[in-house]
Design a protein around this ligand. Structure first.
Ligand SMILES: *Cc1c(COP(=O)(O)O)cnc(C)c1O
Length: 421
């Protein structure tokens, strides 16, 4: 469920007409609904009720500080994967004790930043990282709380580029080596083991892979405890998928996911952390774009819009589907036709959809790409010297620009021409 629906024939975000925002900020732009973001966070928080837990939003999905503040104020923690994300989370008012630091390649500077600024835990992914963290913490005269990310060798049954829990993936330590690696960690002076971390991939549409991974984590918890380690926290990662298409295939509901967590690891008495990103932000955002031209090819009709692959790369990168809807609600009995929906970038990959059925459209009409809230704005680039597009947040009947569109001068003035040229 989301808060982008037609009201009196116009697509609205909560109660604000999308066309009104478009007139104010220009197209293309990203638009988020506060109510949807909060609703999704709460579904996870409620799903874990009764167990000690923290829902750490994986902010790489959509990291505007306004979104972080909205979720942080509602009680969310954050899962960060870089020093930049750590700084953003702190700038948005999220306290260090609610921030977990994930990622395979943390640098010394990032470790120092988090250790001095305050951190809930590091999710460590390798022995060399663990050793460096111990050294850095010792030099700062602090102890770094850690979990170790294990790779359970489970097939997440998702797109290869976002599968992270198979043994050929770069993430975590093989679960078969966990006992040795935990023993090594226990002997290091600057770190303290508090738990286990696992994250097997993104856009999972079935519960089974989670179930297999959580079972392996539960077994490992008992083994490590028998080895004398104190395992008090389990970070079970993110990855729950969302419906991108209006179809019968429905990914599991957070309540089912929560019930699975309770079933598989509830008996261990551990504090539970989860790191949902896509589920919270994905259907809480749309990309609004304007039709520039309609071009008739020999076999196809192209809808050329002002948004492009640099603004939303998911279709080009993952072959991803986004539902596309007109901002003006099609009248009953409206005529439909098939369009190839493309952007202005000089690559054939700049195609959002092929032969997509849409009501007849004209130059100047607004369209919305649904489910664009996660891995949309954050993956945008300035390819073709197209400035990053604005982000807007709606809350009830109000809206605010939460990242302004830079001027062309802002963009080009970041280059410097050496004086010897
Ligand atoms: C990307 C990522 C997440 C979030 O995944 P979603 O599919 O967006 O829920 C959580 N944890 C880690 C370690 C990640 O890399």
């Amino acid at each position: 469920m989301d808060h982008f629906t037609y009201k009196s024939g116009e697509l609205c975000s909560e109660t604000v007409p999308v066309s009104k925002i478009a007139a104010y900020v220009g197209t293309p732009f990203y638009l988020y609904s506060s109510a949807t973001l909060l609703r999704h966070f709460k579904l996870f928080d409620d799903a874990l009720e009764g167990m000690e837990h923290l829902v750490c939003y994986a902010m790489k999905a959509a990291s505007n500080q306004a979104i972080l503040k909205l979720l942080g104020d509602a009680g969310a923690g954050m899962d960060v994967v870089s020093g930049g994300e750590y700084k953003r989370a702190r700038a948005a008012g999220v306290p260090g004790e609610r921030i977990v630091f994930s990622g395979v390649g943390k640098t010394r500077a990032e470790m120092e930043m988090a250790l001095t600024g305050g951190i809930r835990q590091f999710n460590v992914e390798s022995e060399p990282e663990m050793k460096l963290l111990s050294t850095v913490a010792t030099a700062l005269d602090v102890i770094a709380p850690i979990t170790i990310r294990v790779n359970p060798d489970v097939d997440a049954k998702t797109h290869a580029k976002i599968s992270t829990g198979k043994k050929e993936d770069k993430f975590g330590i093989p679960i078969s080596q966990a006992r040795e690696v935990y023993a090594t960690a226990a002997a290091l002076p600057g770190i303290k083991i508090i738990g286990i971390d696992v994250h097997i991939g993104s856009q999972l549409t079935q519960l089974d892979p989670f179930g297999h991974a959580f079972e392996k984590v539960a077994e490992l918890t008992e083994v490590l405890r028998s080895d004398g380690h104190e395992i008090t926290r389990l970070d079970l990662g993110g990855g729950l998928g969302i419906p991108y298409e209006n179809s019968n295939v429905r990914p599991p509901h957070p309540a089912e996911y929560g019930a699975l967590i309770r079933e598989k690891v509830g008996h261990l008495g551990c504090e539970i952390e989860i790191e949902p990103g896509r589920f919270i932000a994905g259907n809480a955002g749309i990309l609004v774009s304007k039709v520039l031209y309609i071009k008739k090819g020999e076999e196809r009709e192209f809808l050329i819009v002002d948004g492009a692959m640099n603004d939303l790369i998911r279709p080009a990168m993952y072959g991803a589907h986004h539902d596309i809807v007109p901002v003006v609600e099609p009248a009953a009995g409206a005529e439909y036709q098939k369009y190839d929906v493309v952007g202005p970038v000089c690559e054939s990959g700049d195609t959002f959809a092929k032969r997509r059925s849409l009501p007849n459209l004209q130059a100047g009409d607004l369209i919305a790409f649904r489910s664009a809230g996660a891995y949309g704005a954050v993956m945008a680039s300035e390819y073709n010297s197209r400035p990053l597009i604005p982000e807007v947040l709606v809350h009830g009947d109000q809206f605010a620009v939460i990242r302004a569109r830079p001027s062309l001068e802002d963009m080009i003035n970041r280059d410097t021409i050496p004086e010897w040229l």
